[in-house]
Design a protein around this ligand. Structure first.
Ligand code: J2J
Length: 543
């Protein structure tokens, strides 16, 4: 294993194998086996440019084989990184499995990402190619990808799904390619981040497939299930909790919604007989409202997962009655740990907690919340609020090429500092009560305070900036940027918002509110750390 990937200690890895968590299977071989077992069943339903595609497992398997061969012929080698920026189009699964079969590592960008993020992913991963779509939701993704490719030396190719070149590549005669090492890295997922730029998360075939298999079982997926990917499918949640990969593992169909709004989702629930889907709390609230006046038949919907941000008690109580389905809470992270309420948990647990871990070998420590350097030994008394540390068979031991950051993001004994504040019930369920990390959770979309501050500070009129969360009725939280101008400078909020947007960042990172202030409303002796400043401003913002 390379220095890029912090491996589990050999004895721990041996335990995970002996316990049957890591089975030595790759994603490519998983698809081969489900395509044999469920050949004629529907695997994928999706729309691109107004046209619907519906592919069986056998067709998906063949498409992935052809794309793998085409990628190999175009020079993509095992271990190469390829930035994938695809919205919810049917080609997502064939492309990703094609990359896996070619041994390449997808780097999963979100459709909302723009120039600055793609540039960072491509540079940090030394990607050889960017694989994207053309125009989508009024943004020319191909143009952005080409601009990045022109500047990042490692990027040789931009492949655009729907272009004649891609159609040719996807028509390559299929052939078997060497199966990659199941213990090796399969892809790089993105972290929500709290420091400068999003970190890359190396996940292996072995560890991720374990979480996918168990997620499918915990969410009771069967071949007859139909999973709706309402959120952007490249995100860890709709990808794997249980997501399109959980559905695929179970021989169930995945329906990719082009947009997550209630009109689109309800149309697909009715027409495809969707049985299970996953949403973030603001979307759940919007669906609950829309359900009151819909004429669509939602009766097939059995389970609605809610996660990505805290689902309040009041919303939790309304979901079942409004949508005629069961609520399943999920608390997960792209770094690994995923907790679910179980379908047979008592109502009180389902409504009031964010679930319990997937694995009996997920180790949970709830530690001193006041000490960012708390170790796994600094546990708080049972039932009290503390910072969540975790390690286990599908939680990373380090970010990709981030040695310095890893030294603080993980404890010496390999626990990941999640930055979440939790309380553990006697049943082992976790209630998420807050956050210690410098991140704003905008209805499930994560914004790293420092990343936005750096963009603001690039403005010539800005001396200093601090970004904090303010409560929001709909999103849970929104971003508020406090900005101190340079002497004589007088930037307006609108100018600064436009400035950040024009630097090419995802729209959800553009500050919702900007307060231009003469000085930070914090008086203290000596130099205030950014962390203390943010805490003080957050208190001001909450009123
Ligand atoms: C409170 N906070 C939550 C919840 C995530 C499944 C579901 C979600 C994600 C995800 C995921 C929360 N209540 N129910 O990857 O597989 C916040 C926490 C956590 C961070 C991780 C999955 N569910 N969160 O949201 O990597 O702060 O993954 O540490 O985007 O989201 O964010 P992310």
């Amino acid at each position: 294993m390379s220095a890029d990937h912090v491996a589990w200690p050999p004895e721990t890895a041996a335990h995970y194998r002996a316990a049957g968590y890591w089975r030595g299977q790759t994603f490519g071989s998983l698809l081969t086996s489900v395509a044999e077992a469920y050949a004629g069943r529907t695997a994928v339903v999706g729309e691109r440019d107004g046209e619907t595609s519906r592919w069986t497992f056998a067709e998906l398997d063949e498409r992935a084989h052809r794309i793998a061969a085409g990628l190999a012929d175009s020079g993509v080698r095992a271990g190469d990184r390829v930035v994938v920026q695809l919205p919810n189009v049917p080609e997502f699964l064939p492309v990703v499995f094609g990359l896996w079969r070619a041994g390449a590592w997808p780097v999963f960008a979100l459709p909302a990402h723009r120039d600055s993020e793609l540039r960072h992913f491509a540079t940090q991963s030394e990607a050889v190619a960017i694989l994207t779509v053309g125009e989508h939701e009024r943004h020319d993704h191909a143009a952005t990808a080409r601009a990045v490719a022109a500047d990042v030396a490692s990027v040789r190719d931009v492949l655009v799904v729907g272009s004649p070149e891609f159609t040719d590549l996807a028509a390559t005669a299929p052939r078997e390619l060497p199966d990659p090492d199941p213990a090796g890295v399969a892809f790089l997922q993105l972290s929500g981040g709290s420091t400068g730029l999003p970190k890359l998360i190396p996940r292996t075939h072995d560890d991720y497939l374990y979480s996918v298999r168990e997620s499918a079982r915990i969410c009771a997926l069967r071949p007859e299930s139909v999973y709706l990917a309402a959120l952007p499918v490249a995100h860890n949640y709709p990808l794997s909790s249980p997501g399109v990969l959980g559905a695929l593992h179970a021989g169930a169909a995945s329906v990719l919604a082009p947009r997550p709004d209630a009109d689109t989702a309800f149309r697909l629930i009715e027409s495809e007989g969707v049985t299970i889907t996953g949403v973030v709390p603001p979307l759940a609230a919007a669906w609950v409202q829309a359900a009151a006046r819909t004429t669509r038949d939602l009766s097939t919907l059995d389970v609605l997962l809610v996660g990505g941000a805290k689902c309040g008690r009041e919303l939790a109580e309304r979901i079942g009655p409004a949508l005629g389905c069961r609520l399943q809470q999920v608390f997960g992270m792209a770094e690994g740990l995923v907790c679910y309420t179980r379908l047979d948990d008592p109502e009180e647990i389902v409504l009031g907690t964010q679930g319990r871990p997937i694995s009996p070998d997920d180790e949970i420590r709830v530690v001193d919340p006041g000490d960012p350097a708390a170790t796994s030994a600094d546990v708080v008394p049972e039932g009290e609020v503390g910072a969540l540390l975790t390690r286990g068979p599908y939680t990373i031991r380090g970010y990709f090429r981030a040695g310095e950051h890893n030294a603080t993001a993980f404890t010496a004994d390999g626990f990941y500092r999640t930055g979440d504040l939790v309380r553990r019930t006697p049943t082992g369920h976790l209630e998420v009560v807050g956050r210690a990390k410098e991140q704003i959770n905008r209805g499930g979309e994560k914004v790293a305070a420092e990343e936005v501050e750096n963009h603001l500070m690039a403005h010539p009129d800005v001396l200093d900036a601090a970004v904090v969360a303010v409560p929001d009725e709909y999103l849970g939280e929104r971003t508020c940027a406090y900005v101190v101008p340079v002497a004589g400078g007088a930037p307006t909020g609108a100018q600064l918002r436009r400035f950040v947007r024009e630097r090419g960042v995802a729209a959800f990172k553009v500050p919702d509110l900007v307060q231009v202030v003469e000085a930070f409303p914090v008086t203290g002796v000596g130099k205030t750390s950014k962390r203390e400043l943010r805490a003080a401003l957050a208190a001001v913002a909450k009123g």
